[in-house]
Design a protein around this ligand. Structure first.
Ligand SMILES: [Mn+2]
Length: 473
């Protein structure tokens, strides 16, 4: 039987072709998944010789929806956003009197949990959750956009690589590898020769950092090796001796052989064993071993080869409001924008370093039974990187690595909140931070949501918010 997604995708294709001469607006989100969604749709439009106007939306809410003049477009497409705001879209359509209009349509290509509401007749809603598929793991926004592009022309499989990058950006491979529709998309990218997949260690910076630096910042398990270079060097020496290897700690992980990787990994696994509560032990392999995804066309030992690192490069621009640079690099620029991306990457790293030092030296970590939080003063950490900093705060001694962490950043009209959860905790206790945060923020008149292990919110005040978090966790 045909799935809802297949059916809606076919409706979407029909609608797009009908409106090809009309005015079309495409709105996408601004994270890696949003930007890759945009690249896919821009390329699809170019190939179909359809003109479209493209727009980035940091957030979809009543205000930003108000800025879109639906009356002026025959078709408005939302990608990597829209499902969670279906109630607002519906309101807007009714307000503009466009309900059931034949000349004004909306297509939503998304993977976020849909808001519970009736979808208006002239809205085509493509979302994996409508088939009871987990949109957090099975397919990302760029994946849905890719499915659409592939339906329009089966030869569009060269766009699959962008969907895989989007999925890595949304950490859909949290458990080590892809599954569901992501696997099918990955197959397309592999057949094209664009993406390679192979077993690897789950340390960050496999092409750009010496091994000992990658190990220094590993925070998924707190061992005596974290932030301790001399212990790491001794550890590698021990592995070399025991397995008769010559691993050079100054080499990046990408230069290790599979044998060296598995020796290092299994010794690291037994080291981690000592530090983990017994019921969590069985999840350890999943945080140490996992698949690596790489762009075969990018040079090794550069930040664009490994998709996780590529996504960092995108964040290094987009989190500071620069969406054009990653967009152009993704579309193939290797000149001006490429250079700017590296400049931004270095600045981003310095910012993160500075922010982390600030949290370590100047901020109090408030411990509660089931979570912890800290507050960032005005002017201290850029809003766009608060979430990244919250995740990195697990490298600070005072932060309990067995509990979720909430970072609150003061702003003019309240607070921006970012929440992160240790990987092992998500595996062992099936914590759903997105649910907790969206509940608590709604209770205090704010908005929030995201993924199970990483999400954010905007709230007018913090005291009650923290109370609601406490009750719901
Ligand atoms: Mn997404």
């Amino acid at each position: 039987m045909e799935t809802s997604m297949e059916f809606q995708l076919r409706r979407a294709r029909k609608r797009l072709i009908e409106e090809r001469e009309g005015s079309i607006l495409v709105c996408t989100h601004v994270d890696t998944d949003g930007i890759t969604s945009r690249v896919i749709l821009e390329e699809l439009f170019r190939r179909l010789e359809i003109e479209g106007e493209f727009k980035f939306l940091k957030q979809l809410n009543m205000e930003t929806l108000e800025e879109i003049s639906f009356k002026d477009y025959n078709l408005v497409i939302f990608a990597d956003l829209g499902s969670g705001q279906m109630d607002l879209i519906r309101e807007k359509i009714e307000e503009c009197n466009l309900e059931g209009s034949r000349d004004h349509g909306v297509i939503v290509l998304d993977h976020h949990l849909p808001a519970p509401c009736k979808v208006p007749e002239n809205v085509i809603h493509v979302n994996p959750w409508n088939d009871n598929l987990d949109g957090g793991r099975e397919i990302c926004g760029a994946g849905v956009a890719y499915k659409f592009a592939k339906l329009c022309n089966p030869e569009n499989t060269d766009l699959a690589k962008y969907a895989i990058l989007g999925a890595v950006g949304d950490i859909q491979n949290l458990e080590g590898s892809f599954r569901g529709m992501n696997r099918e998309i990955l197959e397309d990218a592999k057949v094209r020769g664009d993406v390679i997949e192979f077993p690897d260690l789950q340390f960050y910076g496999k092409h750009t950092r010496p091994i000992f630096v990658s190990m220094r910042y590993f925070t998924d398990v707190r061992t005596d090796l974290m932030n301790n270079d001399s212990r790491i060097l001794n550890f590698i020496k021990m592995v070399n001796k025991k397995y008769n290897l010559e691993i050079d700690p100054r080499e990046p992980i990408c230069n290790l052989s599979q044998g060296e990787k598995s020796a290092l990994g299994s010794e690291f696994l037994s080291r981690c064993n000592r530090y983990v509560p017994l019921p969590w032990v069985k999840y350890l392999p999943k945080v140490i071993f996992g698949m690596s995804y790489e762009f075969r066309g990018e040079m090794v030992m550069t930040p664009l080869r490994n998709l996780e690192e590529f996504s960092t490069c995108i964040n290094a621009c987009s989190r500071y409001g620069d969406y054009k640079t990653p967009l152009e690099v993704l579309k193939g620029d290797r000149g001006k924008y490429y250079r700017r991306m590296f400049y931004m990457l270095n600045k981003h790293k310095r910012n993160l370093f500075k922010a982390l030092k600030y949290i370590r030296d100047r901020v109090e970590i408030v411990q509660r039974e089931k979570f912890q939080y800290f507050e960032i003063e005005r002017g201290k950490v850029e809003e766009g990187i608060v979430g990244i900093v919250a995740g990195m705060s697990y490298s600070i001694e005072e932060v309990d690595w067995k509990k979720p962490v909430f970072a609150l950043k003061e702003r003019n009209d309240g607070y921006k909140v970012s929440a992160r959860c240790p990987k092992l905790l998500t595996f062992a206790q099936d914590i759903n931070l997105a649910d907790v945060v969206s509940y608590a923020s709604r209770k205090v008149g704010g908005v929030g949501g995201g993924h199970k292990f990483a999400c954010g919110a905007y709230i007018p005040s913090k005291e009650d918010f923290i109370k609601y978090i406490e009750n719901r966790l």
